[in-house]
Design a protein around this ligand. Structure first.
Ligand code: C2O
Ligand code: CU
Ligand code: CU
Length: 432
């Protein structure tokens, strides 16, 4: 995707794009095709983006992963009507990392994201720059999304009741809006910023040559040190910032990014053994890059004064809406569900012990750290050790996270399976 600065203009619009079957079809985007530009901002900078809604329906933008004032966060209350503009202005105070943006309307998020509205928002900082990580042509965002594409080439999005339960899964997996993509690489280190931008599908990524992913960052920024992983489990909304070393690869070699079989996640799992994209090694090149032993400092949060339970439940009603609940409640925009004190530190407990579906739980307005995962997988993955904003709570699991609230106002906590979210698996909390 094209890159723009954070003091620019952006619009949601219909566009034409080719997804499959070589047919030009209408999509939504923040530009001339599916998806939107990658926005880059510096820590300490003020973002000033003038956004125009050129669609025939209302939309808004949520800056997923940016810790910013509530009035700029894209709460479902905040709608931007067709032909209206909104000036997003907020300071970037957080560390360098890989964030993203997408619409956040109650009931329409899954549809608008699937039709193409999403993009990456990268925060950079001098501290990160000093690490001399692969950059420029060697630093690539990868937005992975599955879609159901009709034979006429159009995107289909019409979840049935059963698909609201399991999540809506597509048979075509696009990377950066491209079907069966390849990237020509040279034999050196690359940095990939991987985002699972799918509505429901969970991926377990591996490289076909058995190479490692060196995970350097998670949702909220850099890890204290890199962690080498053979596979990378990513649920909807989560990001992983990884380095891959192609220096041992031969010219002409093709290395695939694949989805490896996994279990225990209900229905929201991968297309097994599916090749997501290929890296075609075109040239031998030497780089002197050495993996830094330490990345950026990381301070553990402590001193929580309250534990707040969030019980994830389901009710098999005959209504199409409200099957997924948190603490027995379905989202109501006008109801404040939890009140939190500004500056306080709390432990939030996401409890899926009775559930049989996977719920990637996401909190707005704050980053958190994972304290424990009991039941189910019973472990915290290495890539989950840093700052997070979305955590996968698989069936039978209870996950405890610690968070410190630094912005006043009304925010949401919700499941990032977008069918679940649109079904009402979301609560309001207000920081006062
Ligand atoms: Cu990425 Cu509330 O969402
Ligand atoms: Cu978010
Ligand atoms: Cu869910």
């Amino acid at each position: 995707p094209q890159t723009i600065s954070s003091t620019s203009t952006l619009s949601a619009q219909t566009a034409m794009d080719t997804l499959a079957n070589a047919k030009q079809t209408p999509v939504l985007g923040y530009g001339n095709g599916l998806l939107g530009p990658t926005i880059r901002a510096q820590k300490g900078q003020n973002v000033n983006l003038n956004f125009t809604n050129k669609l025939s329906e209302h939309t808004n933008i949520h800056w997923h992963g940016l810790v910013i004032p509530a009035t700029m966060d894209g709460h479902p209350d905040h709608m931007i009507m067709p032909n209206n503009s909104f000036n997003f202005q907020f300071p970037i105070t957080q560390q360098a990392g890989t964030n993203w943006y997408h619409p956040h309307l109650h009931g329409l998020t899954g549809k608008q994201v699937t039709e193409g509205l999403a993009g990456m928002f990268i925060v950079e900082s001098p501290e990160e720059k000093a690490l001399n990580l692969p950059s420029g042509a060697y630093e690539i965002p990868l937005i992975i999304q599955d879609k159901r594409i009709n034979t006429n080439g159009t995107i289909q999005y019409n979840p049935t009741m059963a698909e609201v339960m399991s999540g809506y899964m597509g048979e075509t997996i696009l990377v950066n809006g491209t079907n069966s993509p390849f990237l020509e690489v040279v034999s050196r280190f690359y940095r990939f910023r991987v985002l699972n931008g799918s509505t429901a599908r969970i991926y377990n990524l591996v490289l076909s040559n058995g190479a490692d992913f060196y995970v350097i960052g998670s949702d909220g920024g850099m890890l204290p040190q890199s962690e080498s992983m053979k596979s990378l489990l990513l649920s909807p909304g989560e990001r992983a910032d990884v380095l891959v070393d192609f220096s041992g690869a031969k010219v002409g070699e093709m290395i695939y990014l694949e989805n490896k079989q996994f279990s225990g996640m209900g229905d929201a799992q991968g297309v097994q053994g599916y090749k997501i994209m290929s890296f075609n090694v075109t040239n031998a090149e030497k780089d002197n890059f050495a993996l830094p032993t330490a990345l950026l400092p990381f301070t553990k949060l402590s001193g929580a004064t309250k534990t707040r339970p969030f019980k994830l439940t389901m009710s098999m009603g005959n209504s199409r809406e409200g099957m997924h609940q948190i603490n027995g409640k379905v989202f109501d925009s006008d109801r404040i569900d939890e009140i939190v004190n500004l500056g306080s530190t709390e432990i939030w407990e996401f409890d899926n012990t009775d559930g049989d579906e996977a719920h990637p739980m996401h909190v707005h307005g704050v980053h958190f750290q994972i304290l424990s995962r009991t039941g189910g997988r019973n472990t915290i993955l290495p890539q989950e050790s840093g700052w997070k904003d979305t955590v996968l709570v698989a069936p039978k699991e209870k996950v405890l996270v610690i968070l410190k609230f630094e912005h006043k106002g009304k925010f949401v906590v919700h499941c990032h399976n977008l069918e679940h979210e649109d079904d009402g698996m979301m609560l309001n909390f207000e920081v006062i």
